[in-house]
Ligand binder design. Structure first.
Ligand code: PMP
Length: 354
């Protein structure tokens, strides 16, 4: 820390992204990326957009908004695009929390929520999950604060139903409820349709997982137009050009090829089922994941040992070195071939650890 660093950030602990090593050709199953390339139209539009890179990007993201509003069945003033969904989530912390309105979220969830609260100097309350890592929806009824729920949750992969989320939204008419649907396309159900009915519901999604655009950084929020106006006030006060023109073009191409992306999600769901079966045969137990990752622990071998040995053997998974998560590893579901290598390497490790 330099002697110039603002006092107000001196105790800030930044979010730790998953490792991105460059030294070996790892099989990367640690950051929930897609194993599939961006859609062909996305790649084509991206290249064409490079011809006009001397111009600023469209701050209103009009083409993207037009095509996305059709895809998601909403009006054009009910969506905002952002630099990854992390950015729109941060906007939501800035816009909808203050000293009297703390952020409220589960104690085990996406690690960035507490960082967003801290950097914005906002109070926050963490609600423990049940022992089986499930969210108890009664804990979120009539709370005094802005609720943030990842659905499905991370790193557990467990999803609430639309009815359960509606109960939470309905019981908090004076508070905004933010549902982070980063992983919704892998088997859970989106609550976007509920944004028509409730003016306090904001849904965020990302192009990073189901749409193979993690490196492009594209996310969005959908909600009542007044909520979107508030988020735009934050956006236009920080970075009006938050989505660059290459990414915007790739996003349009991606939505044109939506069938390609949704077919890829089906492949991931199949690979997940295969992986869960194989892991179970090897003595692992898992939470019931509706995402592109599984959260798995072995009956005999320690989670950290598995993580380190897999890394030695060229397979990266995500390990959280704290209770009660340390027995587990979060393993991204990749291609069939990648999952076959994972299982082979795990068999070797279990043999070595006998
Ligand atoms: N929400 C959750 C639950 C996530 O796991 C992630 C990915 N790390 C994000 C949001 C943000 O993803 P992105 O910024 O790539 O859209």
């Amino acid at each position: 820390m330099s002697r110039f660093f603002s006092q107000k950030y001196s105790s800030l602990i930044p979010y730790t992204p998953g490792e991105q090593p460059k030294d070996t050709q790892y099989i990367k199953l640690n950051t929930n990326e897609s194993p599939f390339s961006p859609s062909p139209t996305a790649q084509l539009y991206f290249s064409k957009a490079a011809e006009n890179l001397q111009l600023y990007s469209d701050p209103e993201c009009r083409e993207l908004v037009r095509i996305a509003s059709k895809r998601f069945g909403i009006n054009e003033d009910e969506i905002i695009f952002s630099n990854g969904s992390d950015e729109v989530l941060n906007f939501a912390f800035m816009a909808f929390c203050d000293d009297n309105t703390p952020a409220v979220f589960p104690d085990i969830t996406y690690g960035f929520y507490s960082v967003f609260a801290q950097i914005n100097n906002l109070p926050y309350k963490q609600i423990p999950l049940n022992d089986d890592f499930k969210i108890n929806i009664d804990d979120y009824k009539n709370v005094c604060g802005t609720i943030f729920i990842a659905n499905p949750n991370a790193p557990t992969g467990i999803a609430l139903t639309v009815n359960e989320i509606e109960e939470i939204v309905k019981s908090n008419p004076e508070n905004v409820v933010v549902i982070d649907e980063a992983y919704v396309d892998f088997g859970a159900e989106s609550v976007i349709p509920l944004t028509k009915k409730y003016d306090n519901l904001l849904v965020t999604q990302t192009f990073s997982k189901s749409r193979s655009l993690a490196g492009g950084r594209l996310g969005f929020g959908i909600g009542n137009k007044k909520l979107i106006q508030d988020l735009n006030t934050i956006k236009y006060s920080t970075n009006p050009y938050n989505v660059n023109s290459l990414t915007m073009a790739a996003g349009v191409g991606t939505l044109i090829d939506d069938i390609y992306c949704m077919d890829n999600c089906k492949k991931i769901i199949d690979n997940r089922a295969w992986t869960v079966d194989e892991l179970t045969k090897l003595g692992f137990s898992m939470t019931e994941s509706l995402t592109n990752f599984v959260f798995a622990k072995h009956s005999k071998v320690d989670g950290k040992v598995i993580y380190l040995k897999l890394k030695e053997k060229g397979v990266l998974v995500r390990h959280f070195d704290k209770e009660p998560l340390k027995a587990y590893n979060r393993i991204t579901i990749g291609s069939k071939e990648q999952m076959a290598v994972l299982i082979e390497k795990l068999k070797e490790i279990l043999e070595e650890e006998k």
